[in-house]
Design a protein. Structure first.
Lengths: 363, 310
């Protein structure tokens, strides 16, 4: 009996485990390639639709001009449809696909930096022209890999450093500009004069947005309370929801937050019927009655500059910045929110001032 | 600091801490039952993810909260059958098979979310329900007696599980199987049957834990649990395999997390210490574990498949 069971065990258990892990891997990198080895399907074209579905992003559609196509790989920490950070970059790539004859591969949900390094290296070894590592957490990986692949161009952000490498581009978003405008609107909408703004970790454009939000609020109501909370996590929805609840208990009556985990806080804004200001991407669909406006990242101006440089044979060495002035940042107002005319006018005034340089947003 | 000791802030902080502790409590209670019978299940987190997704998807499709929670719970039961088959019948090494179940839950819930939902949409959540008379007690009423039904259910399950484990024949068999399965077997107790039942029960609790986590935030995301299932396993050790101790650990973890966030929002914790403070729930729980749990002994055959001799 013992031998019989051992025999059965040795056959079935490995099969079960292999099946479990196989299914697991298939799911964790959808619609992107397997985490460690991009397959030919990885290099699938992304349909240039205004709102790509995961299926669309993964669909394989041979381009007639495939031979001359610019092969671009995107490695991003969250889902392609996160209504936030990653989706903004996917949209920008899609919008430029035809113009620059791009062949796009995407690996989303690469929140584990160690495995994402394998993904980036695999793209580099497979002859991709440009690898976009869309997150400041990928910086050290780029710094290590770029010298090993001098003919491959790397871009990463948000960061200001190319590490003095000739094949690395860096990009930044002046998120404090949109944060400043939205903070001013929040202060004007607030009755309690207590605001709640939530971020993950006090670095990068998340910190810029949060700092800009509070600076903008104080620019119109100097005495307003705007104390940011950093949860320590980019993706813990529960922590964001809890942070929002604590703000509400502290009398905050307007909320804002960054990253894809902000959906947890938006849920609190919705349930307590409080105004919400979003960033990275439009979040109207999450709370149609509560989202006042969203700072939307349009990475197209940055990508266009990078593609132009690549076509000219330059693989890196430059840093680009999204601003309200160059159209990389846009404040999208929610028509479903009844925004007082005076608040809208103030926002327009600030946008104009920042664009023209007459309003100086603190860094 | 004075701002913290106001009625509104204290009430919300404690109430949020209790609500945040609920998924940990449910998952850890289920794991306690399994571990008392000698089976360790490291797949809790994956099962919570599957339970959360099932709850989310059914709610999106039907708008029926009760049906959604039942679906999440039933998903846990189904995973319990798979886990029991691998751990008990096939006698797999429990740590490895548990990690396999976790990876399956993480990957399959992500896959289903991407394919069936795509762009995240918010869902309705369970509203707080005040307990008549008790909810009007100043301060305490708002903290403890104005929670969602799942929170009440989780805390009611603590004495129920304790009673079953310590005061019933079934509980005696569970403990016997976890301490000396050969002796239990010689007395006619089916070790496999008991372990099958505890694993299925534990995974059902994990499914319900996933549902309660989803109800807290009102939206699903890939890797929604953020490894809460593993913390739940640690809380079983913290609670020394006793339901009341497990509840204490879950409350400590949830409350410390919320207090830290509240202090940040009040400016009591400076921005420069924000990231360090985020680690406080884990650090405090681990320290408490070191001081408390070492006084207790784990089930004698925890993690060991039972092989009848001879």
């Amino acid at each position: 009996m013992q031998r019989h069971l051992d025999g059965k065990f040795s056959l079935i258990l490995p099969a079960v485990l292999v099946a479990l892990v196989a299914v697991s891997c298939a799911g964790s990198s959808t619609p992107a390639p397997a985490s460690s080895a991009p397959s030919p399907a990885v290099a699938a074209s992304v349909a240039p639709s205004p709102s790509p579905s995961p299926a669309a992003a993964a669909s394989s559609e041979p381009s007639p001009a495939a031979a001359a196509a610019l092969k671009v790989a995107l490695v991003a920490p969250s889902a392609v449809n996160d209504l936030s950070w990653t989706e903004s970059m996917v949209e920008a790539l899609n919008s430029l696909k035809t113009q620059y004859n791009l062949e796009i591969a995407i690996s989303d949900n690469q929140y584990v930096v160690s495995t994402s390094a394998n993904v980036i290296q695999n793209y580099a070894s497979q002859g991709y022209n440009l690898i976009i590592a869309h997150g400041s957490q990928y910086g050290s990986t780029i710094q290590q890999l770029a010298p090993q692949y001098p003919n491959v161009s790397f871009a990463w952000g948000t960061a200001g450093s190319t590490y003095n490498l000739p094949n690395v581009f860096a990009y930044l978003a002046n998120a404090n500009e949109g944060g400043y405008v939205q903070g001013a609107m929040a202060a004007l909408l607030s009755k309690s004069k207590v605001l709640g703004v939530i971020g993950p970790i006090a670095v990068g454009d998340d910190k810029l947005y949060v700092d800009g939000f509070c600076a903008g609020a104080k620019s119109v109501v100097a005495s307003i309370s705007c104390i940011p909370v950093y949860t320590g996590s980019y993706s813990d929805v529960s922590l964001y929801a809890t942070a929002a609840k604590t703000f509400v208990s502290n009398k905050a009556d307007v909320l804002s937050g960054t990253t894809q985990a902000a959906v947890g806080a938006i849920g609190i804004a919705r349930s307590d019927n409080l105004p919400w200001f979003g960033t990275d991407w439009s979040q109207v669909s999450l709370a149609p009655s509560n989202v006042v406006a969203s700072q939307v990242y349009n990475w197209s101006p940055v990508l266009e500059q990078i593609f132009t440089e690549l076509q000219a044979g330059k693989l890196g060495g430059a840093t680009y910045t999204l601003t309200l002035g160059n159209g990389g940042l846009n404040i999208q107002f929610n028509p479903g929110f009844n925004l007082p005319a005076a608040v809208k006018a103030k926002a327009d005034e600030l946008i104009k001032g920042i664009t023209e340089g007459s309003v100086n947003v603190p860094q | 600091m004075n701002q913290f000791f106001t009625v509104d802030v204290l009430t919300t902080t404690i109430a949020s801490g209790i609500a945040l502790a609920t998924p940990f409590l449910l998952a850890a209670l289920g794991e306690t039952i399994g571990q008392r019978s000698g089976v360790i299940n490291l797949g809790v987190d994956g099962i919570m993810l599957l339970g959360a997704f099932a709850t989310y998807y059914v709610e999106l499709q039907t708008g029926n909260l009760l049906l959604a929670i039942l679906a999440g719970t039933a998903t846990g039961t189904l995973m319990g059958v798979i886990t029991a088959f691998v751990s008990v019948t096939l006698k797999a090494e429990q740590g490895i098979s548990g990690i396999g179940v976790y990876l399956f839950g993480l990957g399959f819930s992500s896959l289903l979310f991407q394919k069936l939902v795509g762009t995240p949409l918010p869902i309705a959540t369970l509203p707080p329900v005040g307990i008549p008379l008790l909810d009007s007690i100043p301060l305490i009423g708002g903290m403890f007696f104005n929670q969602s039904l799942l929170v009440y259910l989780a805390f009611l399950l603590v004495p129920v599980v304790a009673f079953v484990l310590n005061r019933t024949t079934y509980g005696l068999k569970i403990r016997a199987v976890g301490e000396n399965p050969a002796a239990a077997d010689s007395l006619g107790v089916s070790v496999a049957r008991i372990r099958w039942s505890t694993v299925i029960l534990g995974c059902t609790f994990a499914g319900l834990a996933g549902a309660s986590l989803l109800m807290y935030g009102g939206i699903f995301q890939i890797n929604l649990t953020q490894s809460e299932g593993f913390i739940a396993v640690a809380l079983v050790y913290f609670g020394a395999w006793r339901p009341v101790g497990v509840m204490g650990g879950a409350l400590l973890y949830g409350l410390v997390g919320v207090v830290i966030l509240t202090w940040k929002s009040l400016g009591i914790i400076p921005l420069s210490a924000s990231d360090l403070a985020a680690t406080a729930p884990a650090v405090i729980t681990v320290l408490a574990l070191l001081f408390l749990a070492r006084r207790f002994r784990q089930p004698a055959v925890l993690g060991r498949p039972y092989e009848r001799e001879g």
